[in-house]
Write a protein that binds this ligand. Structure first.
Ligand SMILES: *Cc1c(COP(=O)(O)O)cnc(C)c1O
Length: 817
């Protein structure tokens, strides 16, 4: 089908006409996308079946990555890239008069995640397949992904994201592999041959139906599986509901209520405390996932005490922690294992990644809710807790406090992180600093108990999507300088260092950046009707909106720049275009205020004749994977300015670095490791260090009021938040922001870090003028970004946590057992 351009063109034309029943000049871009998508999907199908067969025959351990979120984005372009046919298809379509990029735009973004955590899962799947590991995803097929954001009069408005409206060419529904998930009911105990046997009766049964999405490895013929579960009613309308006494409408109501389990993604990346439906979703994922894994294992006809030889379950944060008691339940209630043997199996199978630093953000569920919704699972958790606390008392005689702190059930809450740590053989943080904080502070008790379980795996991103696909002109220039080894060995990007001082290469890098800026500028023109100066610095902050990420610090600094220009219209500033992209959780009031503030600032500075040539601000609506792919290649400056100690790792920082943006950042998350590689010559550091932040929290001594009174610039911008400041169009006043900084003493140290940030930005503005020196910094960033490729991260997980080796490689399949 794709062997050469002519074959492709012929085959494609035929299919297009066959599929649409239209003449070739009548087809729409939608038709073209659908026809091309199904053609690619078919091509993948061949290797998909072969991969599954190979894994089964090979017999090596397979990894299942459980995650409530997979922020996949679009697949067409990446699948073409990984299949090695991107060029053929682009040229072939071109000769037929179509632009592949426009066709790619027809695909709905699969937005089954909120932000970093979900995107990490998607990057990991790409690396697993591309490195030839037997590693699959297990998630939920939400009918509605993360909401679509519109900005109306500067406010965020949320619209439902019905991403499946036009169908999904990549997925395959596997009704034959559906499993039953049971909620509610009551547990009955019987004695069989002197053993207690438990069974849940009168529960509500929900079918979990898998939709499989192929995950294509890069030019290695491996195709792994992302299995997404959809909830369907298991009740048979001909029995009960459909009987003469039953009621057809009752059945439809029931069916609808059951199917809400996979209806939508919770649009908040930390806050769903007490939401019954969310707990249902988590158990649904875990139970369906575990059952399906065991079915696959059954094909091997091995005893279950060898499960861990063949299966590894990895849980992405605590959301899928119920996999632990669920596997215990099945081993004990259905496979007749005793507690100790079952426990041994479970803890050898499961490993866990922690993503949360703050203990108050750790996931807990009301004990009563778990007991009622999942009665048998609750019994098992309770027994785990009983045994765990008893063993702790033995380990730490007399230390009742410590035992209470570490208990799995305490104060009427089930503590998911404690369950996850106790039930896993490995617990990892996602950046060196984060892991350090876990060991020394947040999980100190557990680290003392299980030091050998804790380890670090610094996050990484797939350079295939974020460099090769999102920034093809940069990829081409890199290839021209160092060849193509880096495509399968991203650490080889390091070879670019030899070209950092090469004036010709610097010119090429500069010119690629400029082209990407023009592309983004034309997108902005389409959206906002404003012409952007592509010689200005493109200063980018794109990520979820959160107080700790401090978009507010960025915004206050722009207000200050505005003031300085107004005071001195001939001020010698390098022109800047500030670009924001950020969704706020729908119920997060302060975050939404900050979005409104940024849009008001944009309105003021973009329209003031004195400032608009020096200062532009754009808030690009609906930040998503596909928007990220447009913005990131065009960035000069990457804003990574979270309060030190708050960002577990960050991955946006890595994407921007890999695309040659220079970071202005705090020593937080993976920025710390970036700085280790880059130093002051290629990165701009500012702000409080973690120890200083902690000291303030511990000992007090920080006064936002004092800074307000001492720093005139700070005082002025804060006062401008209040009506009738220059950013208070339509009578809008930002009192809540003002008070969060002054009355509530600025929890995230925005004012404390303001002066340092403004000075650093001043330096950036000046340094940018030396275009040779700036290109050099940019090249160093690209060169050192290989360390943050997902391939490096996944190789570490594979060897240090899962104990697996690659099965596929570009040369073929590695030897079987
Ligand atoms: C990478 C990514 C994120 C994470 O960005 P951070 O800066 O690490 O918070 C969030 N959303 C999308 C769409 C992404 O691609």
């Amino acid at each position: 089908m794709f062997s050469n351009k002519e074959n492709f063109k012929n085959e494609f034309k035929q299919r297009l006409i066959g599929k649409t029943g239209r003449q070739i000049h009548e087809v729409t871009e939608d038709d073209i996308y659908a026809a091309l998508g199904s053609m690619v999907r078919e091509q993948i199908g061949q290797n998909w079946a072969a991969t599954n067969r190979t894994y089964l025959e090979h017999g090596q351990r397979q990894v299942y990555y459980f995650s409530m979120e997979f922020l996949i984005g679009r697949l067409l372009g990446n699948n073409l890239l990984n299949l090695g046919v991107l060029q053929t298809v682009r040229e072939g379509l071109g000769e037929l008069g179509w632009d592949l990029e426009d066709i790619e735009e027809q695909e709905a973004d699969a937005g089954l995640g909120n932000g970093g955590l979900g995107r990490l899962a998607a990057c990991f799947l790409d690396s697993l397949a591309s490195l030839g590991y037997a590693g699959h995803g297990n998630g939920i097929r939400y009918k509605y992904g993360l909401f679509e954001q519109k900005i109306i009069d500067g406010h965020q408005v949320e619209l439902p994201d019905y991403w499946l409206q036009k169908g999904n060419v990549w997925e395959v529904r596997r009704s034959d592999k559906r499993v039953n998930v049971r909620f509610w009911g009551n547990v009955e105990m019987r004695e069989v041959d002197g053993k207690e046997v438990f069974e849940t009766k009168n529960g509500e049964d929900v079918w979990a139906v898998p939709y499989d999405v192929p995950v294509v490895g890069y030019e290695n013929s491996a195709v792994n599986t992302l299995r997404l579960w959809s909830a369907e009613s298991a009740a048979d309308p001909t029995r009960g509901f459909g009987s003469p006494s039953g009621n057809y409408y009752n059945f439809l109501d029931y069916k609808r209520s059951v199917e809400t389990v996979s209806e939508f993604l919770y649009p908040d990346d930390s806050e769903y405390a007490g939401k019954l439906l969310r707990l249902k979703q988590e158990y649904f994922l875990c139970s369906a996932g575990v059952q399906s894994i065991l079915r696959t294992f059954d094909k091997l006809r091995l005893p279950y005490d060898r499960l861990a030889e063949k299966v590894a379950i990895h849980i992405n944060d605590t959301h899928p922690t119920l996999a632990i008691p669920e596997l215990m339940r099945i081993l004990m209630d259905e496979k007749e294992f005793g507690w100790d043997e079952a426990w041994e199996i479970v803890t050898s199978v499961v490993s866990y990644t922690n993503h949360t630093i703050l203990s108050e953000a750790l996931e807990t569920w009301p004990e009563q809710m778990v007991r009622e919704l999942l009665p048998r699972v609750y019994m098992i958790i309770e027994e785990m807790n009983r045994r765990f606390c008893a063993s702790l008392l033995e380990e730490y005689p007399g230390e009742q406090d410590r035992v209470s702190r570490m208990a799995i059930i305490a104060d009427g809450q089930v503590k998911m992180a404690h369950l996850a740590i106790h039930g896993s053989h490995s617990i990892n943080g996602v950046a060196a600093l984060h892991t350090d904080i876990l060991k020394k502070r947040e999980m100190k008790d557990f680290y003392e108990l299980y030091p050998e379980r804790f380890n670090n795996k610094t996050n990484g991103i797939t350079h295939r999507r974020w460099l090769m696909h999102a920034n093809p002109s940069l990829a081409e220039v890199i290839e021209g300088a160092i060849g193509s080894d880096w495509k399968t060995r991203p650490d080889r990007l390091n070879d670019l260092l030899a070209h950092a001082d090469d004036a010709v290469f610097q010119d090429k890098i500069r010119s690629v950046k400029h082209t990407n800026k023009e592309r983004l500028a034309s997108y902005i023109y389409k959206k906002h009707g404003v012409t952007v100066d592509t010689n200005s610095i493109f200063d980018v902050q794109v990520k979820r909106l959160h107080a700790y990420k401090r978009q507010l610090l960025n915004a206050l600094h722009i207000m200050d720049l505005y003031n300085r220009i107004k005071d001195n219209p001939t001020l010698d500033l390098t022109p800047r275009t500030f670009i924001f992209g950020a969704k706020a959780a729908p119920g997060y009031y302060m975050a939404k205020q900050i979005i409104k503030l940024i849009n008001n600032i944009a309105n003021t500075v973009n329209n003031d004749p004195q400032t608009k040539d020096l200062l532009n601000v754009f808030f690009l609506e609906n930040y998503s994977v596909s928007l990220a792919e447009k913005i990131i290649p065009a960035a000069d400056v990457s804003e990574q300015i979270s309060t030190a100690g708050k960002e577990a790792s960050g991955t946006g920082n890595m994407k921007l670095m890999m695309n040659g943006a220079v970071t202005v950042g705090t020593l937080d998350g993976a920025n710390v490791e970036m700085y280790e590689s880059l130093g002051d010559e290629a990165m701009y550091l500012f702000g409080l260090r973690v120890e200083e932040v902690e000291k303030y929290y511990r000992e007090g001594g920080y006064s936002a009021q004092a800074i307000y009174h001492e720093d005139e610039r700070v005082k002025r911008v804060l006062d401008q938040l209040i009506y009738p400041g220059p950013f208070c169009q339509y009578g809008q006043s930002f009192d809540p922001i003002y008070h969060s900084l002054l009355s509530h003493n600025d929890e995230y140290f925005v004012l404390r870090d303001f002066a340092g940030y403004a000075d650093t930005q001043e330096r950036i503005g000046m340094d940018y003028r030396n275009s040779k020196e700036w290109a050099r910094k940019s090249i160093i960033n690209i060169a050192k970004s290989g360390r943050f490729a997902g391939d490096r991260t996944i190789n570490e997980y594979a060897t240090e946590i899962w104990g697996i080796k690659p099965i596929f490689s570009r040369e073929g399949v590695h030897g079987t057992r």
